[in-house]
Design a protein around this ligand. Structure first.
Ligand code: FMN
Length: 332
């Protein structure tokens, strides 16, 4: 398969794993990259530049294929702007294939000098966005590619609540750089649909969470098999609305408590302990699914097995081809 994204990144298949805090580790990134898709190493897993350096070295030891490093550019108590800048510079120094910026644009949030620095190092920079105007900005300031994520996505969708089906062709028609489609992508039918909408490939996260190599607790796997497309909800508009964002997470006890607090106009100090990343880290490992905010997308409704990534990726490619052929047959 050849698309502008496989050419840009030097990968075999136009499938990228999205950033996943605590989940997108060197082991998962390398396992995905070894299939010919693009693995993701999420820098937010680490508390210092040296920890990220070690993680990049470990990923390089496990795969000789390209992988992308996610830098989530949102205000954070744990990860200062200075540290996020350092993460970006380390990616340039280590000459990783690509950086995935998610959140505020790198030029305004971390510094105008960084995209030129990446270009000089031969590192591609992709921006994950949730609105057409942000994709246009990304192209203008020199990003190499964009991912457009509809509000189906797990994590931090744009507050506009526009679906992937509408956003993908809107972005494809608005920029000239390669476009990945995200939010609700789960299989070969999704890939076929994204290509038909003009995208150059897909990005998925929930689907990769539901693979053996994600290393989460058995209860999480069972939850991913049991939950359907209407088992997630959009929350935290009170906290993230000013940044144009909100959270899509599994509807569980914690999210119901968050909802109550938001409804009553409760203080942020009440919310923070419930939504902390440390809580989620514990739950991914220990499996108490009601006890943390778990960022999971609507695509959970389309997951009915826990394969290894080496089964999943070729299956998606074969299914996409079959799906496109069958659509053509129907038209002829
Ligand atoms: C478990 C999990 C953790 C995530 N953590 C992050 C993160 O740290 N940074 C980020 O930019 N996006 C994060 N996301 C969002 C994904 O990168 C991606 O945008 C989204 O999940 C795509 O939609 P899908 O889940 O329907 O495939 C996370 C998603 C999941 C499922």
């Amino acid at each position: 398969m050849k698309t502008r994204i496989t050419e840009l990144f030097g990968i075999k298949y136009p499938i990228q794993c999205g950033g996943m805090l605590w989940i997108a580790t060197p082991e998962l990134a390398a396992a995905i990259s070894n299939t010919g898709a693009m693995g993701n190493l999420t820098s937010g897993n680490y508390n210092s530049g040296d920890e990220l350096r070690t993680a990049i070295d470990r990923t390089n030891a496990l795969t000789s294929n390209p992988f992308i490093v996610n830098i989530t550019t949102m205000p954070s108590i744990r990860l200062s702007v200075e540290l996020l800048r350092e993460f970006f510079e380390i990616c340039c120094e280590k000459k990783v294939t690509a950086i995935e910026i998610a959140g505020a644009p790198v030029d305004t949030f971390l510094g105008e000098d960084l995209i030129p620095k990446a270009k000089q190092a031969g590192v591609k920079v992709l921006h994950k966005v949730g609105a057409v105007k942000h994709a246009v900005h990304a192209q203008k300031v020199g990003y190499d590619a964009v991912t457009i994520a509809g509000f189906e996505e797990g994590g931090f969708p744009h507050k506009d609540n526009v679906s992937t089906l509408v956003l993908v062709p809107r972005v494809v028609e608005s920029v000239d750089i390669p476009v990945l489609a995200a939010g609700g992508m789960a299989d070969g039918k999704s890939l076929a649909a994204a290509l038909s909408l003009g995208a150059d490939g897909i990005m998925m996260a929930t689907r990769f969470l539901a693979t053996k190599e994600s290393g989460v607790h058995e209860n999480i796997f069972q939850t991913l098999l049991d939950k359907k497309e209407n088992d997630t909800s959009l929350n935290l508009q009170s906290l993230l609305g000013d940044f144009g964002l909100q959270v899509r997470a599994l509807r569980n006890d914690i999210i119901r408590r968050v909802e109550e607090i938001e409804k009553q106009g409760g203080a942020l100090e009440e919310l923070f302990p419930l939504i902390s990343g440390q809580r989620a880290k514990k739950v991914w490992q220990e499996g108490n699914v009601e006890e943390a905010m778990l960022t999971i997308g609507q695509s959970v409704g389309r997951i009915d097995d826990i394969p290894s990534v080496s089964t999943l990726v070729p299956r998606i490619i074969e299914e996409a081809k079959a799906s496109l052929v069958s659509s053509l047959d129907q038209l002829s």
